[in-house]
Design a protein around this ligand. Structure first.
Ligand SMILES: [Zn+2]
Ligand SMILES: [Zn+2]
Ligand SMILES: [Zn+2]
Length: 114
C-alpha cells in the first residue's frame, strides 16, 4: 500500500516525477511548482503552462506577494511569493531550490521596477 499525501495541490502539465520535475526542467534542484495567477493551477514551469493551456499566462502583481503560489515538490509545503523570493531552500524540509529559477521570475511575477 503506497502512501501518497492527498492534501497536496495537484500539479498539471508534463510532470515527470512526484517532486514536480517536468520535461523542461528536471535537474536535482528543480523541485518547485508555481501556481499561475491566470488559472490558479500549479505547473512545474512556464513552458508547461504554455504547452498545456490555451490562454496567455498572467503574472502575480507586486501587491500579491502574500499569496501561497509556490509548491515545494519535496514535502508539499506551499510558500508565499515573498517567502519564496527570500528563500534558497524550503523553509519546512530544507530541500534546495534552483537558484537559476530567479532568471525566469518575470514569467510568473510582476517585478518591482524602482
Ligand atoms: Zn493559466
Ligand atoms: Zn516544464
Ligand atoms: Zn519542502
Amino acid at each position: 500500500m503506497s502512501i501518497v499525501p492527498d492534501d497536496r495541490p495537484r500539479v498539471l502539465g508534463p510532470v515527470v516525477d512526484d517532486m514536480t520535475r517536468c520535461v523542461h526542467y528536471r535537474g536535482p534542484t528543480d523541485i518547485i511548482a508555481i501556481r499561475f495567477a491566470c488559472c490558479g493551477e500549479y505547473y512545474p514551469c512556464h513552458r508547461c503552462h504554455e504547452e498545456t493551456v490555451k490562454h496567455a499566462a498572467q503574472q502575480w502583481a507586486a501587491h500579491e506577494r502574500d499569496r501561497r503560489a509556490i509548491l515545494c515538490g519535496a514535502c508539499g509545503h506551499e510558500l508565499t511569493i515573498a517567502e519564496y523570493f527570500a528563500a534558497t531552500a524550503c523553509p519546512r524540509c530544507s530541500a534546495l531550490f534552483n537558484e537559476r529559477c530567479a532568471l525566469h521570475r518575470e514569467h510568473y511575477f510582476q517585478l518591482d521596477r524602482s
